[in-house]
Design a protein around this ligand. Structure first.
Ligand code: PEP
Ligand code: MN
Length: 369
C-alpha cells in the first residue's frame, strides 16, 4: 500500500534554487571560525546555494564529538547574513526541530539513524505540524525501502510538502571499498514509485574517503538523481568527525567543474528510460556480487594461512560436496537452475583452491613466521 506523496518541487522551495540541487558543508559545526571559513569558501564558488551543517551529531560510540549543539545556531545566523547561503541542519528530536525553526534555519534533514526509527520520525513529524519548511530524509542505515518511504509518508501526512530524499548508501558489516554500499537499485525503485519526489545523493557518506567522492557524485548524476549533498571542511585533516571523507572548498570547486551534468531538470521527472533503469539495477547488483566475491576471497586466504600453519591440505572433499549440495538446493528454492549454480560454484571453488595452493607453496621468509 503506497500513498501518493504530495510534493512541492525544489524550484519552489526558495528563490534561486534549481536542479540539480547542490548542498555542501561540514559534517559538524566545530567552531565559529571553522563554520565561517568553510561557508565563505563554498559561497565563493557561486554554484552552491545551501550550506549543510551537523550541529547535533548522532555518533555511533559515546565519548566522540557530538557537535557544537545550540551554540552553533548563532554562528549559522552569522553565516547566513554574511554569505546569503541557505542553512540546512539535521534534526533527530522534536526539541531539535523547535530550536532549529526558532533560529530561522531554512531546511531540515532527518539522518540515516533516525529514519530507521518510526517512533522518532513520527515525533519529528508531529513537531513539524503546521511548519512550512523543506525536509530531506536520508535513507535508513539498513537497506529497507519501506522504512524510507514510511518516513517520507509520515512527514508528508504532517503537512510537509517540500520533501526530498537523500541516498547515502547502506551500512555494510564487512569492510568494502566504500563506507556505505550504494545499492542504486533501491534509489531507482524509490524514484519509480514516486517520480515527483526529488532524490539527492550524499556521495560523501557512500564514499567514506575524499578521493572517491567525485566518482560517486558522477554516478548519481548519471542516474539523473536530483542533486548532491557533499561534506566540505575548510581543513579536513583536523575535522572532529568524518575527517577522511570531507573535501576542501577548493576541491569542491574542481569537482563541480569536472562533473558532467547530463540531463536538464525538466526531464528529471521522467527519470531515465525504463531499460536504462533496469540496466542500472543490474550494474549495481553485479558490483555487489563482485564485492562479495572479493570478501569471500579474503576469507579463503585467511583459511589458507590457517591451514598452512596447521599443516592441513588445501582440498577436503567432504567440504566441497557439502558446499555444492547446500548451494544447489538453495538455488533451486530460488528458481535457479541446478547446473547454473554448479558451474558458478565450480568456478569460485577452483579459484579458491588455486589461491590456497599458492599460499601453501609460498616459501615464507623465516623472519615473518
Ligand atoms: C551526516 O550527514 O553528517 C550524517 C550523520 O549522515 P548520515 O545520517 O547519513 O549517517
Ligand atoms: Mn558526516
Amino acid at each position: 500500500m503506497i500513498e501518493k506523496l504530495n510534493i512541492i518541487p525544489i524550484e519552489e522551495w526558495f528563490e534561486g534554487l534549481s536542479q540539480p540541487l547542490l548542498i555542501a558543508g561540514p559534517c559538524s559545526a566545530e567552531s565559529e571560525e571553522q563554520v565561517m571559513a568553510t561557508a565563505r569558501g563554498i559561497a565563493k564558488i557561486g554554484k552552491v546555494k545551501i550550506l549543510r551543517v551537523g550541529i547535533w551529531k548522532p555518533r555511533s560510540r559515546p565519548g566522540t564529538f557530538e557537535g557544537a549543539g545550540d551554540e552553533a545556531l548563532k554562528w549559522l545566523r552569522k553565516v547566513k547574513e554574511e554569505t546569503g547561503l541557505l542553512i540546512a541542519v539535521e534534526v533527530a528530536t522534536p526539541l531539535h526541530v523547535e530550536k532549529a525553526v526558532a533560529a530561522g534555519i531554512d531546511i531540515l534533514w532527518v539522518g540515516a539513524r533516525t529514519t530507521a526509527n518510526p517512533f522518532s520520525v513520527e515525533q519529528i513529524a508531529q513537531a513539524l505540524n503546521g511548519v512550512d519548511i523543506p525536509v530531506m530524509v536520508k535513507n535508513p542505515v539498513n537497506p529497507d525501502l519501506e522504512l524510507w518511504i514510511g518516513s517520507l509518508e509520515r512527514l508528508n501526512r504532517a503537512g510537509i510538502k517540500k520533501l526530498a530524499a537523500i541516498h547515502r548508501g547502506f551500512y555494510p558489516y564487512e569492510k568494502t571499498r566504500l563506507r556505505n554500499i550504494p545499492k542504486w537499485e533501491i534509489a531507482i525503485d524509490l524514484k519509480s514509485k514516486f517520480p515527483n519526489l526529488p532524490i539527492l545523493c550524499d556521495p560523501s557518506h557512500i564514499a567514506g574517503q575524499a578521493f572517491l567522492v567525485p566518482e560517486i557524485a558522477q554516478k548519481a548524476l548519471n542516474l539523473s538523481l536530483d542533486g548532491l549533498m557533499i561534506e566540505v571542511h575548510c581543513n579536513p585533516s583536523v575535522a572532529l568527525s568524518d575527517a577522511k571523507q570531507q573535501i576542501t572548498p577548493a576541491q569542491l570547486e574542481t569537482m563541480l567543474n569536472e562533473l558532467v551534468f547530463r540531463s536538464p531538470s525538466s526531464v528529471n521527472n521522467e527519470f531515465v528510460d525504463k531499460l536504462e533503469q533496469f540496466r542500472n539495477k543490474i550494474d549495481s547488483i553485479d558490483q555487489q556480487m563482485i564485492d562479495l566475491l572479493a570478501q569471500r576471497m579474503r576469507i579463503v586466504e585467511e583459511i589458507g594461512e590457517y591451514k598452512k600453519k596447521n599443516n592441513v591440505s588445501v582440498f577436503q572433499i567432504y567440504r566441497w560436496e557439502n558446499i555444492l549440495k547446500s548451494r544447489v538446493d538453495y538455488g533451486l528454492r530460488l528458481d535457479l537452475n541446478a547446473d547454473y549454480i554448479k558451474n558458478l560454484l565450480q568456478l569460485v571453488h577452483n579459484e579458491s583452491i588455486r589461491k590456497q595452493a599458492d599460499i601453501l607453496n609460498r616459501k615464507d621468509n623465516p623472519s615473518t613466521k
